[in-house]
Design a protein around this ligand. Sequence first.
Ligand code: NAD
Length: 478
Amino acid sequence: MTIDQNLIAKITAEVMARVQAQTGKDSGDGGIFATIDQAVAAARTAQKQLKNLSIEKREELIKAMREAACENAVLLAEMAVKESGMGRVADKILKNQLAARKTPGTEDLRTEAWSGDRGLTLIEMGPYGVIGSITPTTNPSETVICNGIGMIAAGNAVVFSPHPTAKNTSLTTIRILNEAIVKAGGPANLLTAVAEPSLEATNAMMKHPGINMLVATGGPAVVKAVMSSGKKAIGAGAGNPPVIVDETADIEKAAKDIVAGCSFDNNLPCIAEKEVIAVGSIADRLIAHMQRSGAYLISGQDIDRLMKVILTEKEELAASGCTEKPKKEYSINKKYVGKDAKYILSQIGIDVPDTVRAVICETAADHPFVMEELMMPVLPVVQVKDVDEAIELAVKVEHGNRHTAIMHSKNVDNLTRFAKAIETTIFVKNAPSFAGIGVGGEGFITFTIAGPTGEGLTSARSFTRQRRCVLVDALSIV
Ligand code: NAD
């Protein structure tokens, strides 16, 4: 007999609601409540308690969160892949561990000071209060760990609205982190959520007067929703990162890096390489090296077959009464998002060994594989005549997201020109895309990259308000 997880969660929520109705209170199950009102109220109480603790104590709580996340990195990775049906366990373990270790804590908060004849003026970074954090299905535990650490480091409590398809993984992460905080002597319910996440619950959370700030990590719809909410909002939205390879690059290394980046967690990260734009003179060599690095090349009718599997065609007339041919539009078949290359290839009758990590194919510049954010290890390669054409095309296919771009080149002028033209939040030179969030590159990690609202790679300081404190004619000691 199979047990329906959704049914179990519904029954649990119902039982919790009834117990509450009888007792008149809800202590929450590790931060998980039946209703948004309860989740917000509990987070507000917890935030008041956090405010009364020292920064040193706050850092102790964060240390406990880091340890708990590391200890449970494997469990959460396995849960996420099983529940969402997306990604690779080994890569998700690494993402959980890095989120736990490399997300900045309270050291990220900086005080500015001016001193002089008229005394001392300080600007300090204070908490917002309770933050509503909407999280994606693609990085469910990683985003809760990363945002949880950064938001608490800044002195806030958090009400999470996880994606329903990664509900259990997200709620389990919240419970694990809350348990660690309480064990370390911190308040209960610094992180909360409802037992049954849904679009309705997210909308109720966004409108709730007890929520001071919203942070959306996801696609264009949710970023638009928080930006239209009337509240202070951080929007971390979609990308479609192009990677350019010019004739001066170390082609063998570029091929290896691109396959590693585009197949990491089966291309789920928003920063992952989504299309290759290669200068014609080196394109064949690049493709040959990509094949040696774990990519499987398909061509001709296999590309058409793959299109029919991973994309859904919507035929729409360009305008009513128009005699032109219908404009073709595509949406992604979500069934294949984050799936292994081997599985995707098996759907078009191609059997490959487990060592194959990505599917590559040569396409035209306007092919839907280039234009759509596929989020699966299927990587189109477009040949162009020179670097000028490459830059022009890359800017076009990035769609103005200004998210992430990658370039393999030894020519500083070309690198600079591309970086200036594309204006992305992250620009990676001669490395896999994940170096841009500190994986094999310098710098801290984040899973909330806020291009649309401009905070960039978010950390504790992104979740603060600046507050000025002025003391006149004293405390300047020179
Ligand atoms: P998604 O947009 O479907 O869902 C993200 C979250 O928003 C979920 O919790 C979902 O329930 C909620 N949501 C979706 N539409 C909503 C609406 N209209 N109103 C309120 N809430 C809504 O995205 P996903 O499939 O979970 O994640 C993949 C997408 O997120 C990709 O586009 C990827 O590029 C992007 N992403 C961006 C970042 C970043 O840091 N910029 C990080 C991870 C993912």
